[in-house]
Design a protein around this ligand. Structure first.
Ligand code: DAH
Length: 341
């Protein structure tokens, strides 16, 4: 094989080479152990001694040329590959970006968080109780014995029970008052936000809604403390001066009991659709804990007294965020929820 032939072969091979792997194969074909240039070197032995140096020199020159051409082919190939990659990865910087949507808290969560923040700052602990409750905690221990008409008033969802206690979906968070009295020591300040259930569904009622219950047991807790606490709470929650009034009412677990109205936070008492033109909004129930509730829990009623209150979180959220329809809260309409981000 002569030098010119080998170089022509090399040029043809390099001209069609499109990858670094193929280039390695070409290198092996020419310079590898069995490559054609290497073969030439092996054939040197067949030449007479005096011809070998010159022939050897020529082969080395050939090898040098092969190496140079391979190098420049490699450079060209690498540049081409980079250009290809750039071409492939081009991005259109004028396209609009994909935005990351951030979620928002549900108004009930916002209202709950605000209430919890107020009461924890006032020294209350937060307690949770089971949503599937027994009738002892939901009724009996709250001074609502079996066959008491208040049980019927509650539109209770009963649950099939594998035990010999009646199970139900708690109708109010007052059941957690009993669990607090059972597990904590007095003096005690606790709030219990959570879901409650009643078999009731219309414009202003959903079968599941949210309540926040408060319970304070101490040696000196009075009705005046209760009223002061509720006023401070409302002013904090609605971010404005509030006026409240307490009307006598009846709850089996408190005596005396009261219902609390707040001067309409939307019209400031002038009268509007939300307060049904009365100027007042009925927002919660409260009272001094009934002695029989304390006695059932084994608390010395000569030394301790207490007060409790229960409110509907959903109703507070509707007032604070001016949500016109309760059912919007649970429709999961993203357009509604976005307004709270
Ligand atoms: N549990 C009552 C209800 O769901 C609300 C309530 C009234 C809670 C008076 C209380 C209370 O703690 O003292 O209608």
């Amino acid at each position: 094989m002569d030098k010119a032939f080998i170089l022509r072969q090399l040029d043809t091979a390099l001209a069609t080479c499109s990858s670094l792997t193929v280039l390695e194969h070409i290198k092996a074909d020419f310079l590898g152990k069995k490559g054609c240039v290497t073969e030439l070197l092996k054939q040197l032995r067949a030449l007479p001694l005096d011809e070998r140096p010159l022939a050897g020199q020529k082969i080395n020159e050939l090898k040098q040329v092969v190496l140079e051409r391979m190098d420049s082919a490699r450079n060209a190939l690498e540049q081409m590959l980079v250009a290809d990659a750039l071409q492939r990865d081009t991005i259109d910087v004028s396209l609009p970006g994909r935005s990351v949507e951030s979620g928002s808290h549900h108004p009930v969560s916002l209202a709950t968080a605000k209430m919890v923040a107020f009461f924890t700052a006032a020294g209350f602990m937060v307690m949770q109780g089971p949503e599937i409750e027994d009738d002892y905690h939901n009724f009996t221990a709250l001074n609502v014995p079996e066959h008491h008409p208040a049980r019927a008033m509650h539109d209770t969802f009963y649950v099939d029970s594998p035990f010999d206690v009646n199970l139900l979906l708690r109708t109010h968070t007052s059941s957690v008052q009993i669990r607090a009295l059972e597990t904590q020591t007095v003096p005690l300040r606790v709030i219990t936000p959570g879901r409650v259930y009643r078999c009731d569904s219309d414009l202003t009622h959903t079968p599941m809604f949210h309540q926040l219950e408060g319970l304070v047991i101490d040696k000196t807790s009075t009705f005046a403390d209760l009223k002061g606490l509720l006023l401070a709470f409302m002013e904090n929650f609605f971010n404005k001066r509030c006026e409240i009034r307490l009307r006598p009412s009846y709850f089996p677990f408190t005596e005396p009991s009261a219902e609390v109205d707040v001067r309409c936070v939307l019209c400031d008492g002038a009268g509007c659709r939300v307060c049904k033109h009365t100027g007042w909004l009925e927002v919660l129930g409260c009272g001094m804990v009934h002695p029989s509730v304390l006695e059932t829990a084994g608390i010395d009623t000569d030394a301790y007294s207490g007060f409790a209150f229960g409110l509907g979180i959903d109703r507070f959220a509707m007032l604070a965020y001016q949500i016109p329809d309760l059912r919007m809260m649970f429709d999961n309409d993203i357009r509604f929820l976005r307004q709270f981000s």
